[in-house]
Design a protein around this ligand. Sequence first.
Ligand code: GLY
Length: 259
Amino acid sequence: MIKVELRIAITREISPAIERCELAHLPRQPIDLDRARRQHHAYEQRLKEAGYSCVRLAADVTMPDSAFVEDIAVVFDEVAIITRPGAASRRVETAAVAEALRAYRPLQYIDPPGTIDGGDVLTVGRRVFIGESARTNPAAIAQMQSILAPHGYTVIGVAVRGCLHLKSAVTAVAGNILLINRDWAPTECFRSFALVDVDPAEPAGANALRLHDRVIYPAMFPRTRARLVDRGIQVADVDVSEIVKAEAAVTCCSLIFGP
Ligand code: GLY
């Protein structure tokens, strides 16, 4: 197991089958694979600029959603939890991600009947908010609690409505600041945080990828971006206009860990 504390980003090349991706809240649109891959490579470049070593897994033509590695594992300092994705088509994605993570963390697994996508897991310090969504069920949340409580984490279930994942609705942009779309997630359990609302014209703008010193954020949401900058947050822009057609966002495309 690799003990040195490097900043690691696990990514996976976009599948040639991405046009057959799972969709829950978006109409199916043609996806230009080359353009999506160029955007994905630029996203990896943003990670490298922030000091992360990218470990890129190979694309798999049989796994349309496999670039969205965030859903396949949740990485803590103490353990990596391999999920059991809510979409049955995505369960084949776990083997390669587990194999990559094995070098860095002890692994634990979510078992049936639990289902959970990493996109439903928002960790802020020792608090782990988990979306109760179409992908994530109470059985998996209970398993997360059992795995994480001995490490000092508190698990909090959050009802999600109108979007795919909890992190479609709310993400951390600083230690005490969350970016939120209140139409998709309740605010009661986030009372101890300062909240930045998405601009009303940008309802899908709540997904930012927080790194140690900046956030990676979609260029397609300039009004919400301005709100982040007003709060003193350093923003690295990325164009994910093709990738979002697969109902994905900036957190979905990597597993980030390190100091
Ligand atoms: N297309 C992303 C997902 O539904 O998992």
